[in-house]
Write a protein that binds this ligand. Structure first.
Ligand SMILES: *Cc1c(COP(=O)(O)O)cnc(C)c1O
Length: 429
């Protein structure tokens, strides 16, 4: 099937003159799959409609936030209602309390929370907080984990940074990057070694409790528990970056699902319901370090924005409804089992990592369990797979190193249609 992208291509040409790479966030450019990006005109439920009138079943879900699907009626109503009452006050409002309450009630480690406008701000602030609280400078991050684009976190980062082969970016002073120690995901010995080399100097271990920015990589049995123990033994804080896993792995995030409780948790994506939100929270004694309670400065003109709070609250309330996580899990299982069957039948070298409502098909025959192993994937093959799917009206993420996200707007019929397209797409490789 041929896809008419005339208008998208013309818009991209115009955009390239006005914005670096024609986009406001790198992965959107479709560079990783050698394509020209689809310009979206509108989206509803599980579907995206482009400027040329093509319709796609969307599995990017805006990179994770849209667990209810696009333009959910309740979320749209809440945002409209909030907008009528003013779009920003620069003063506190009731819904900030309501969202804080919901987050604190749901996420075990969070006793107090601070809202931000993005996940990047949440992780950046959480690291500053850990340094302020411990009086130490160094942090440990894992190769392939992505925590937004703050300087000292942009070292061997996943997501777009992996896709574009610029794991550490120019413009990050070496002195900043030097304070970031790199460990290997699923390898506790690599973490122990760093604590051995830098005794009493490491403020925190930060990680995605399920990595989703090098494609989905699950923590092996005992990994999270081991990190919890090592951090405590060494007087360092454990930071879970749950910007993706928060309210996706379960309503209490990955920490609830795996029963490992960090000191600080970063949130974003789903808690904003598609509007710009991030948050960090944790133990009361730690959070009391944050200004104006304490000396660690952190602020935001639009933090706790009333529209964003309304969208987040509407999303979390609806998501908390009975049976939703089971439904998401069942749909995802149906999809993953289907794809695994097709892969086996066609004898394709690929592995699928999946958990709850997210998964990645890696084109490799080595088990994807850390950054080194996922990088063995055949990205050219992924690129063809992606393009074939797109032509069949299925939008997977435009990079091997990202997660496919299902939402409550997806139906069994969508999954059936997608599996048909996957079969054709993989057969044509
Ligand atoms: C998306 C993401 C971030 C950054 O959030 P932004 O809102 O894009 O700044 C941080 N951490 C993880 C795990 C993410 O997936």
């Amino acid at each position: 099937m041929k896809l008419n992208l005339t208008k998208s291509k013309a818009l991209y040409k115009a955009a390239e003159k006005l914005m670096p790479g024609g986009v406001n966030s790198p992965v959107r450019s479709f560079n990783a799959v050698a394509g020209s990006p689809v310009f979206v005109a509108k989206a509803k439920g599980a579907c995206i409609y482009d400027e040329d009138g093509n319709k796609y079943i969307d599995y990017m879900s805006s990179w994770g936030p849209l667990i209810l699907g696009h333009a959910d009626a309740d979320v749209v109503r809440a945002v409209k209602k909030a907008a009528e009452l003013g779009t920003s006050y620069g003063a506190p409002c009731r819904n900030e309390i309501e969202l804080a309450k919901h987050v604190i009630k749901s996420v075990p480690s969070v006793e107090m929370v601070r809202m931000t406008s993005s996940g990047t701000e949440a992780t950046m602030s959480a690291v500053r907080l850990a340094r302020a609280f411990t009086g130490r400078d160094y942090i440990i991050k894992f190769e392939g984990c992505y925590h937004g684009h703050a300087d000292y976190l942009l070292v061997k980062a996943g997501s777009g940074a992996t896709t574009f082969g610029t794991p550490s970016s120019p413009g990050v002073p070496k002195a900043f990057a030097d304070r970031t120690l790199l460990a290997t995901y699923n390898d506790l010995a690599s973490v122990e070694e760093l604590f051995g080399n830098y005794p009493d100097r490491i403020a925190a271990i930060i990680l995605e409790p399920v990595a989703a920015n090098m494609g989905v990589v699950l923590p092996e049995e005992g990994f999270l528990e081991g990190l919890r123990r090592i951090a405590s033994e060494n007087g360092a804080l454990l930071i879970f970056d749950e910007v993706i896993t928060g309210f996706r792995m379960s309503h209490g995030g990955a920490q609830k699902a795996f029963d490992v409780i960090p000191d600080i948790t970063c949130l974003g994506k789903i808690i904003g319901g598609g509007l710009p939100v991030g948050a960090f929270g944790g133990r009361r004694d730690i959070m009391n370090m944050v200004a104006p309670s304490g000396p660690m400065y952190q602020a935001g003109t639009l933090s706790g924005n009333p529209l964003a709070m309304a969208a987040g609250l509407a999303t979390l309330h609806k998501l908390a409804g009975r049976g939703n996580y089971q439904r998401l899990r069942k749909l995802t299982q149906m999809m993953v089992t289907g794809i695994a069957g097709i892969i086996e039948e066609l004898g394709i070298r690929a592995r699928i990592n999946s958990v709850e409502s997210m998964f990645t098909v890696f084109f490799t025959d080595e088990e994807p369990k850390d950054y080194r192993s996922v990088l063995k994937s055949d990205t050219k093959m992924y690129s063809k797979f992606f393009e074939n799917l797109l032509r069949a009206g299925i939008m997977f993420p435009p990079s091997q190193f990202e997660a496919v996200f299902l939402s409550l707007a997806h139906t069994e019929k969508d999954v059936d249609r997608t599996l048909d397209a996957v079969r054709k797409s993989l057969s044509a490789l």
